[in-house]
Ligand binder design. Structure first.
Ligand SMILES: NC(=O)c1ccc[n+]([C@@H]2O[C@H](COP(=O)([O-])OP(=O)(O)OC[C@H]3O[C@@H](n4cnc5c(N)ncnc54)[C@H](O)[C@@H]3O)[C@@H](O)[C@H]2O)c1
Length: 282
């Protein structure tokens, strides 16, 4: 199947990046979110990101304009009736995603793949909310999407080989490396990353070190490009908490229990970079 038009739902941190890379990859993109101001903010973020590539000399001004010309936005899911592929990047909440997949299933043509950018939620459960579980898979991009080369490809219990092949081919088209993971909570990336971030938050809560000390140890001692608390702020503390809760419940192991300090910061609306305050102030 030729993929010409891609629907992206959710125009936050991830959805705007995903829309951008598909537009750069030559696809017409319809970016959908619930509110117009969010869509306007996403368009500005995409323009800014493409502009940085032009400044660096890795993208021509003509290619930037062409990519922006392929991008349209809408607050109505009905605009996806003619999409050839759909990626969902709404909030990390299982009920919201399940409801969305049921709606998408009724709107999008039969046979079209419905992908989720979820960090941890069961692809099998999302597939079961549709009449096409063989066409549902995980396409887990990394943040920031235009810069990070990895995409985790998650095969649900019913996902067909053909659907996985479509997703793998799209990764090649987007110049990303697709790596397949099985459908267990957190897949590969967050199964390994989140316990480290959570442990860093426990270390902070217990006074083992300041945020700067914890991040510097991991940067200079372990050669990580970014410390775990800086990374948590970058991902979004609400997103980190949601992922840990899914892993804790789904894997049943107390080692995934979210640190109470993380829960407290989220309750206070300190969500990291996107809210201006997390472990650091932005
Ligand atoms: N932030 C990260 O670093 C990261 C990395 C990989 C994957 N993810 C995953 O990507 C997804 C999105 O995360 P994010 O960080 O971009 O979140 P975000 O909060 O920045 O954006 C979520 C967007 O979804 C929109 N939304 C919510 N419900 C909707 C609905 N029913 N229909 C349409 N739009 C809706 C919101 O208005 C918001 O704009 C989550 O599943 C998350 O786990 C996040």
């Amino acid at each position: 199947m030729d993929i010409n038009t891609v629907g992206v739902i959710g125009a936050g941190t991830m959805g705007s990046g995903i829309a951008q890379v598909f537009a750069q990859g030559g696809c017409h993109v319809v970016l959908v979110d619930v509110a117009e101001p969010v869509l306007e903010r996403a368009r500005r973020a995409i323009e800014k990101s493409l502009g940085r590539f032009v400044e660096k000399g890795t993208l021509s001004a003509a290619d930037r304009d062409a990519a922006l010309g392929r991008l349209s936005t809408s607050s109505s899911l009905d605009r996806l009736a003619r999409a050839d592929y759909v990626v969902e990047a709404v909030v990390e909440d299982a009920d919201t995603k399940r409801t969305l997949f049921t709606s998408l299933d009724a709107i999008v043509q039969p046979g079209v793949v419905l992908a989720s950018n979820t960090s941890s939620i069961s692809i099998t459960a999302l597939g079961a909310a549709t009449t096409r579980p063989e066409r549902v898979l995980g396409m887990h991009f990394m943040n920031p999407v235009p810069l990070m080369p990895l995409v985790e490809l998650i095969r649900g219990q019913a996902t067909s080989d053909d659907s996985m092949a479509i997703a793998r081919d799209l990764c090649v088209r987007l110049e990303k490396t697709g790596v397949e993971a099985a459908d267990y909570p957190g897949f590969i990336a967050n199964r390994i990353l989140m316990p480290m971030i959570n442990e860093a938050i426990y270390a902070l809560m217990e006074g083992v070190g300041t945020p700067e000390a914890i991040d510097t140890v991991m940067k200079l001692g372990m050669n990580h490009p970014m410390g775990p608390l800086t990374l948590a702020d970058f991902i979004g503390l609400d997103v980190c908490l949601a992922i840990l809760d899914v892993m804790h419940e789904g894997l049943g192991d107390p080692k995934y229990r979210a640190c109470p300090l993380l829960r407290r910061l989220v309750a206070a609306g300190r969500l990291g970079r996107k809210s201006g305050q997390g472990f650091y102030t932005y």
